[in-house]
Design a protein around this ligand. Structure first.
Ligand SMILES: Cc1ncc(COP(=O)(O)O)c(C=O)c1O
Length: 403
């Protein structure tokens, strides 16, 4: 069956309002289907009330719907207990919570945290900072010249002093898909907990936290067709009691006295204050949207676009692909000989083609590969072969303009 890309594209109102738009910055944020937008508008228009507080119908309804989103999320990520899912502002906040409210109290001078060279700053800086504050060491799994992790070094990097391993599922720069099953297996042999940064994978690729035995999974709604400002921190049940509240206030407590506070269990202890209720409901609608797609067909579609784009790009000549891993997602980073990535993206912008140029919040990665910046193209389910061809034509135009 051919992938119903045109029907899918019609679910995203931005393309009706901007028919000329070729949106290829999906790794930064995806567009939103009408069902997600409508869910948020309906909440404010017809159902606005705070959660976990009122006994009146509107408030209990908001609470019920808010809590139901946890069930939707666990079915997406293969968890079995809805109380393993905490709502956060996004991947960045989720990772910071693990760094500061789980790891920091365990870290002593001489301990180690292991990450990889291909991490987004969100999965680097929090570990760098907790390590600095506690005298621990941040160890880096390097990447090879094609942009794959040098996993042959993992055994020598992992030892009893490592208190956490944090790794991205898919690189937001190189598109590399990492073998997280193998990585988690090796870490668990030494009882090292593993955090997976799922910002580029959840909702786009199947992920099963139970099967993969993932300890923490962080991701953002806005990269998987949901709203901005909402994300998830999944935490395995056994570790949940060891995650402390990170923000203090109402909504996260069992009992408060002037001297002491008794907190609720995970996930509620992480959700002090009024949460982003429409954001969470919008995340629920995004999960519903994803679950009515055939994810394998969707992957096949975006992979076809990616392969076709790479082939056509290479045939233009004077192109360097940055990252050519065997197992790759729908992200392509490249450089055009003698033309700065910002000039390429600026030229494409004039042709209504939205792409990203720069270091993509992974400055140390690009430095380690000897590349100051790249142009990044990232495909999603609503992109078409026409988008690929328009972009290739525009890149040809850039090359002619600067020749
Ligand atoms: C791999 C990866 N991790 C983390 C993040 C940070 O996500 P957010 O800005 O939604 O917190 C991003 C965003 O681009 C990302 O691509």
């Amino acid at each position: 069956m051919t992938f119903p890309v045109h029907a899918i594209k019609s679910n995203f109102p931005i393309f009706t309002h901007r028919p000329e738009l070729v949106y290829l910055d999906n790794a930064a944020t995806s567009q939103k289907p009408l069902s997600v937008i409508q869910t948020i508008t309906d909440f404010y228009t017809k159902e606005n009330a705070n959660v976990h507080r009122g006994l009146y119908e509107l408030s209990s309804r908001a609470t019920k719907r808010y809590e139901e989103v946890r069930k939707k999320v666990i079915s997406l990520i293969g968890a079995s207990n809805q109380n393993t899912v905490a709502f956060t502002k996004g991947t960045t906040e989720s990772i910071n919570i693990v760094a500061y409210s789980f790891l920091k109290k365990k870290l002593k001078a001489g301990d180690k945290v292991v990450i990889s060279a291909m991490e987004h700053h969100a999965n680097l800086i929090p570990w760098q900072q907790v390590c600095k504050e506690s005298g621990a060491l941040l160890e880096i799994i390097p990447v090879n010249e094609v942009g794959e992790l040098r996993l042959e070094l993992l055994d020598s990097l992992l030892d009893k002093r490592v208190k956490l391993l944090a790794i991205t599922h898919i690189s937001n720069v190189l598109g590399t898909i990492n073998p997280i099953e193998e990585i988690v297996f090796k870490a668990h042999k030494l009882k090292i907990p593993v955090l997976i940064d799922g910002a580029q994978s959840v909702g786009h690729y199947p992920i099963d936290v139970k099967k993969l035995d993932i300890d923490f999974l962080a991701f953002s709604a806005h990269k998987m067709f949901g709203p901005l400002g909402t994300g998830v921190l999944y935490c395995k049940e056994a570790l949940a009691p060891h995650v402390d509240p990170h923000t203090y206030g109402g909504g996260s407590i069992k009992n408060v006295e002037f001297e002491e506070t008794e907190f609720l269990d995970y996930p509620h202890k992480l959700e002090a204050g009024t949460p982003n209720i429409p954001g969470v409901l919008g995340l629920g609608a995004a999960v519903d949207y994803i679950q009515q797609l055939d994810i394998h067909e969707a992957i096949h579609h975006t992979k076809n676009l990616t392969i076709s784009f790479k082939d056509k790009l290479k045939s233009l000549g004077g192109i360097t692909l940055v990252g050519q891993a065997q197992n790759f997602g729908s992200i392509v980073s490249f450089q055009v000989k003698n033309i700065h990535p910002h000039d390429v993206s600026g030229f494409l912008a004039h042709a209504n083609i939205a792409v990203r140029a720069g270091h993509h919040c992974a400055q140390p990665l690009l430095e380690s590969m000897g590349v100051p910046a790249t142009v990044r193209i990232s495909f999603s389910i609503y992109n078409t072969m026409d988008d690929v061809d328009k972009t290739i034509d525009a890149i040809l135009g850039v090359k002619k303009f600067w020749s």
